[in-house]
Ligand binder design. Sequence first.
Ligand SMILES: [Zn+2]
Length: 443
Amino acid sequence: MGWRAGNGLSIDIWNDAWISGPGNGKVSLEATNRQLIVVADLINVEDHTWKEDLILSVFNHQQAAQILCMPFPENGAPDLRIWRGDRSGIFSVRSGYRWLINSTDDSSNDPPTVEETWQNKFYKYVWALKLPSKIRIHFWCVINNFIPTFSNLVTQKILAQSQCLLCQSDCETVSHLVKGCSFVQKVLSELRIFTCPWQPEQSFVSWLFSAFDSLNSTARRTFVVALWAIWGSRNKIIHEGLVQSVREVVNFCRIYIKETDASFSFSTTTTRTNSGHWNPPPVDRVKVNFDTCFDPTRLRSISGIIFRNSQGHLLAASTIPNPYVMNPEMAEAIACDQAFILSKELGFKRIEVESDALLVISKVVNPVNGRSELGAVYSNILVKRRDFEFLCFSHVYRNRDNAAHVLASVGKHNPQFRVWIKEAPQPVEEAVSRDKEWFNPLN
Ligand SMILES: [Zn+2]
């Protein structure tokens, strides 16, 4: 557990874990200043900013930078206890293990126990699987019971019945869909995946770890693809009323693996297929695209924000340099916040915000909790939503957000705060006219 600074009054500078970024969150031993007691002593009360000179004089260079990168809630809210393993701030099995991996990678503390080593190994295997990320992510969800099985939906009171559609006998839980279901067992045995037996008293996750360990690398990959294909087959029954046979699922897996083998051997970078082009907003709205460039060595970023109307014409564009930025997610969250500030300044009341910053968009659309390290930035964004008559967000792929990307790159070479009205630097204007080629404005 650790802290996220609000007003800083509850956090002991020297003994609590409160510093974001790598390390255990505690101040390094060499730093001292007896006059400073709580984190509030490091904060300018009037404008909720860090006392930069003081921090640079007390802490070593790295920690000073980490502290200065930490965002504040603008309203001076109290400090929050957070789980420090995950940026979402919610403890989960996954973040617990990731935390373990990261702490042991530092190799600074105690030697890892046998169990930790195995968990590290397991997660490294999963990441290293030569499979599209959607399939690896599905496997993550399986491990963490994040998939919306009937049993999970019943628990959340969304559904009344929970019978498995594949075998129509048992309750559909995650462990049923991996191990218990007769349909699943048939698919796995056709694919020659023989997992170890589930010991009594063993938890599902612990069984899954040992099952995975007992397979060779080819079988591991097939296993993960099969679990994804089975879940897809189950969804086909729900959404399309289409019931697949064991044979069909098995064939699908075989072909799928063959195809991904081919694509991974030709190229290690998967190019995303063109999933559409920039679309103009309706007549009464302004579309805002933002993107960022993050410099991990100097911990700073550039936001590129661009405003266009229903005809695709450029209304305004801006580059904003930001010092003390912790990571790419923070860079994107800051850019989103700045997109709101500029929209308001420029008098745009009805906006559609679009970006390829998936994490930021999803957190702004669905603010689950304010306990992440970046919670302060998100809560600042959420407060600003009230300034608008109409506001919607969407996540788009990079090729629909290209003009903003070009703008951020321009800013990277000339890191200045600039606002252009009805114009933009040459490469951005070119990207804007390319976007216009893909649609015919109705008016
Ligand atoms: Zn079943």
